[in-house]
Design a protein around this ligand. Structure first.
Ligand code: ZN
Length: 538
C-alpha cells in the first residue's frame, strides 16, 4: 500500500511488524493480546487531551484488526500513586486537601466527599468519561498495581541494576539536580508522603532501600524527618515518572503507546531503561500539541481550550473524532470556530460511505470512528451543518421544532429513523452555536439601493416558482443569475448583497438549495423585505 494510506493503518502496519519480530524472537505468542496503553494523571478531571489520546489509539487498534486476528487490549492507566504537588484550581474544598500535599493521590481524602480517596473520585470520572463515548479499555490503577505486587519483578530488577538506570538518567539532569537523585520514591511510613523522601542507600540483597523523609526537592513541601529501611516491593515505594513508564512497559509488555511531542525525550529515556531491565519498549508515534485560540500550546496535563462537553453542546461527538483524525503530526488549533468545519467533514464522510465499496470504505476516515460490530450512523441526505446553521441565522429562530419542520419540508428523509437523531443533534447544536458565538456580532444589512430592484425581481420569481411547486435547486440558482443579468448587475455582487441581508455574511451556502430549504414562499417574502430597504427608524 502507498504512503498516503490512512495514518492509523500505517501505524497498525508498523505495530504488526513489531509484534511479529517479538514473536520470531520468542518474546511473545501470537495468541496473547497485543497491548496498547494510554496514561492519565488523576490530579485533575479528564479532558480533551485524554479523549484525544484514547480516541487516536482506538483508531489504530481498529486498523490493527483489519490486518490480523491477534487479540488486542487497551490499558487506560491512572497514575494515582503520584504525589500531589499543588492544590489544583476549582476544587470544592481546597483546605481539606492542603494538609495532604506530597502524598500519593490515592492517600488523600476525596475533596468531593463521595469516594474513598481523591484519585478514586477522579478514576471514577475517567471511567464514566470514557464509557460515555463507547471506548473499550481496561482500567488499571497504579496504586493497586504496586500493592498487588504486579510490579515486583520489575522493581527488583531496577534495584539490582540501579547503577545502569543512574547512568541513563543522571547525564540528562542539571548538574545541581544530580546528587542524591534516585529512581525510587519511597512512601514515608510515618507521614505517608512520597514527595518528601530521598533514598540514602540501596540493599538489593534484601530487596530494600534506606530512606530519610527530609527532602526539600519540592517548594513548600517538608518531610517529617523519619528515616529507616523499606522493602521496594508491594507498594512501599513507587518509582519516578520516566522510570515508572519503563516499569509499566516492562511489566505489562506494552506494544504501542503514543505521546505528546513534549515527551519525546522522556519516551527515549524510558525506552533505554526498559532495555536495561531486559524488556522491549513499545512503538508509538508522538503527536503535535493542540494550540489554543492564541496559538499557544495546550499541554495534555493542563487541558485548556474547549472541553469535550462544550464541543458536544454544538455538534455530535464524532465531529471531534474527525478533528482528531487529521494528521496527528501537524499542530492544530483547538477552538470553537473549528467545530462547523469538522462537523461538515464528518457528515461528508458518512455520505461518501453510502456509495463506497468495501475497499473504499477502508479509506474512509469514519471507518475508524465506530466499532465494526456495532451500530453506525448513516447520512444519506443533502443537508449539512452549514445549511442548518444558515437556516437558523436566516430565520432567527431558536425553536428546534420550527427548524426541523423547515428541514423536513426540504428533504423529508432527514426525519427517517436512520437520520433523525443526527438531524436533531445538528439542529440543537446549530441553535446553541449561533446563540453562544455568533448572534451578538451579526450585522445583517439591507442591499444598497441600486441592487434592490434586482432583489425585488428575484423575490417575485421565487414566489411564482413556489406557486408552480418548483423543487429543482439548479432552476432556483439560475433564477438568481437571470435577475442579475436583467438588472445589469454582476451575479457575484448580487449574491453578496443577498447573503449580507439574509445571514449577515458576504458568502453563504449554495443559493438554490438554501432557498428551497427556506421554502420558496418564505424565501420570496424574505427577499421582498430586503428589497424594501432598511426599516425606518422608530
Ligand atoms: Zn515522613
Amino acid at each position: 500500500m502507498s504512503n498516503n494510506q490512512p495514518w492509523p493503518l500505517r501505524e497498525a502496519t508498523a505495530l504488526l511488524k513489531h509484534v511479529e519480530s517479538l514473536e520470531a524472537r520468542g518474546l511473545r505468542k501470537p495468541e496473547d493480546p497485543v497491548l496498547f496503553e494510554t496514561g492519565y494523571g488523576p490530579s485533575g478531571l479528564p479532558h480533551i487531551g485524554t479523549f484525544a489520546e484514547v480516541g487516536r489509539t482506538t483508531f489504530i487498534r481498529r486498523a490493527f484488526h483489519q490486518l490480523t486476528d491477534r487479540p488486542t487490549q487497551l490499558i487506560a492507566f491512572s497514575d494515582d500513586m503520584d504525589g500531589l504537588r499543588k492544590v489544583p484550581l476549582n476544587l470544592p474544598d481546597p483546605d481539606s486537601v492542603r494538609p495532604h500535599l506530597g502524598k500519593p493521590l490515592s492517600s488523600i481524602p476525596d475533596p468531593f466527599g463521595s469516594e474513598s480517596s481523591y484519585s478514586a473520585n477522579m478514576n471514577r470520572r475517567l471511567r464514566e468519561f470514557l464509557d460515555r463515548f463507547g471506548f473499550e479499555y481496561t482500567f488499571r490503577s497504579s496504586t493497586d498495581t504496586y500493592r498487588a505486587g504486579t510490579f515486583n519483578e520489575g522493581l527488583r530488577r531496577l534495584l539490582h541494576r540501579v547503577d545502569r538506570v543512574l547512568d541513563i538518567i543522571l547525564p540528562t539532569l542539571r548538574p545541581d539536580s544530580r546528587p542524591g537523585w534516585s529512581p525510587f520514591m519511597p512512601v514515608c511510613p510515618t507521614c505517608g508522603r512520597n514527595l518528601t523522601t530521598r533514598v540514602t542507600d540501596y540493599h538489593p540483597e534484601r530487596d530494600s532501600l534506606s530512606y530519610a523523609c527530609d527532602s526539600t526537592r519540592y517548594d513548600g513541601l517538608h518531610g517529617c524527618g523519619a528515616a529507616g529501611e523499606l522493602s521496594v516491593l508491594d507498594g512501599n515505594v513507587k518509582v519516578g515518572w520516566k522510570v515508572d513508564w519503563a516499569l509499566r512497559w516492562f511489566t505489562f509488555g506494552v506494544h504501542y503507546e503514543m505521546y505528546g511531542k513534549d515527551l519525546i525525550e522522556s519516551a527515549m529515556l524510558s525506552a533505554r531503561i526498559v532495555r536495561a531491565l531486559d524488556g522491549e519498549p513499545p512503538i508509538g508515534l508522538f503527536y503535535e500539541m493542540f494550540l489554543d485560540e492564541d496559538g499557544k500550546k495546550i499541554s495534555k496535563s493542563v487541558g485548556k481550550g474547549i472541553s469535550v462537553d462544550r464541543w458536544m453542546d454544538y455538534a455530535p461527538i464524532e465531529s471531534l473524532l474527525a478533528f482528531l483524525y487529521q494528521n496527528p503530526r501537524k499542530a492544530k488549533r483547538l477552538h470553537y470556530d473549528t467545530i462547523p468545519q469538522f462537523t461538515d467533514q464528518y457528515l461528508g464522510q458518512l455520505s461518501e460511505w453510502e456509495g463506497q465499496d468495501e475497499e473504499g470504505r477502508r479509506w474512509n476516515p469514519s471507518w475508524f470512528y465506530f466499532d465494526q460490530n456495532g451500530p453506525r450512523p448513516r447520512w444519506n441526505v443533502e443537508v449539512n451543518y452549514s445549511l442548518v446553521r444558515n437556516l437558523v441565522v436566516c430565520m432567527g429562530k431558536d425553536d428546534p421544532a420550527i427548524v426541523l419542520d423547515y428541514l423536513s419540508r426540504y428533504d423529508g428523509a432527514v426525519m427517517d429513523a436512520e437520520h433523525r437523531s443526527l438531524t436533531e443533534a445538528l439542529v440543537r447544536g446549530a441553535i446553541a452555536y449561533d446563540r453562544d458565538f455568533e448572534a451578538a456580532d451579526r450585522n445583517k444589512q439591507a442591499p444598497p439601493p441600486e441592487l434592490r430592484p434586482a432583489v425585488g425581481a428575484l423575490a417575485d420569481a421565487l414566489t411564482a416558482a413556489a406557486a408552480e411547486g418548483l423543487v429543482d435547486p439548479e432552476a432556483v440558482q439560475s433564477m438568481a443569475f437571470t435577475a442579475a443579468r436583467e438588472a445589469g448587475v454582476e451575479p457575484k455582487i448580487l449574491f453578496q448583497a443577498l447573503y449580507r441581508g439574509l445571514i449577515g455574511q458576504n458568502r453563504g451556502p449554495r443559493f438554490g438549495s438554501f432557498m428551497l430549504a427556506l421554502g420558496l414562499d418564505e424565501a420570496g417574502a424574505a427577499l421582498r423585505r430586503l428589497a424594501a430597504g432598511p426599516e425606518p427608524e422608530q
